[in-house]
Design a protein around this ligand. Structure first.
Ligand code: ATP
Length: 194
């Protein structure tokens, strides 16, 4: 059961995330995508806005109807800064018989990729799969990689959060189940969310 790893804050998960995960299954033939919510992304200045339990519940709800999509809680359990290399090493130990995994990133992350923790080891262990997001990004910092053939969806978690905060419509930017959780629990609306 080959797999591709997809890390992120998922704060909240949105259709941009799910679309590229689906493209990786359909386009590259991986059997599954393992979503790994970060406890804290060392490359983001701000800590996540929703707490880890809420982000996890939304992500689990978003993928509940897709057996090919799994959620791995390793980084949430580890706490602290979440480094992809540690997660990849954990997954390689957990699934020792699987083929070389993929690693999904959006092209907004590619300029800073060379500064990722133990990046050379990471390059040795995974096939890097780069999604179109902003376009025109500098890809040389990534090194060898494959391009995901996705149409760029201009949706981001920060856009979703900003819309919720200001009372604007966000209904179709996230899966129905995520919309229902956010609405029922008033996530991202109250003081304390960013
Ligand atoms: P924020 O707006 O809070 O920075 P985000 O929308 O970028 O969040 P993350 O959870 O930080 O979401 O992203 C996880 C991964 O998904 C990253 O590799 C990011 O590049 C990628 N990604 C997020 N949204 C999209 C999108 N619309 N298209 C392609 N890739 C995306």
């Amino acid at each position: 059961m080959s797999y591709a790893v997809f890390g992120g804050s998922f704060d909240p998960v949105h259709h941009g995330h799910l679309f590229i995960a689906d493209e990786v299954i359909n386009g590259f033939g991986y059997d599954r995508v393992i979503f790994v919510p970060a406890y804290r992304n060392p490359h983001k200045e701000q800590a996540p806005s929703a707490d880890e339990e809420d982000r996890l519940v939304m992500l689990q709800a978003a993928v509940a109807d897709r057996p090919e999509f799994e959620v791995e809680e390793y980084e949430l359990e580890q706490k602290g800064a979440s480094y992809t290399i540690n997660t990849v090493e954990y997954l390689l130990n957990r699934y020792p018989d699987e083929p070389r995994p993929g690693l999904i990133i959006g092209d907004d992350l590619t300029p800073s990729f060379s500064q990722w923790e133990r990046v050379e080891e990471l390059r040795q262990l995974v096939d890097i799969l780069v999604a179109y997001r902003e376009g025109g990004e500098e890809l040389t910092a990534v090194g060898p990689h494959r391009r995901i053939d996705n149409a760029p969806l201009p949706v981001s978690s920060s856009e979703v959060r900003a819309r919720i905060r200001s009372g604007r419509n966000f209904r179709y930017l996230v899966p129905d189940a995520v919309h229902a959780i956010i609405t029922a629990q008033s996530l991202y609306r109250e003081v304390g969310y960013r």
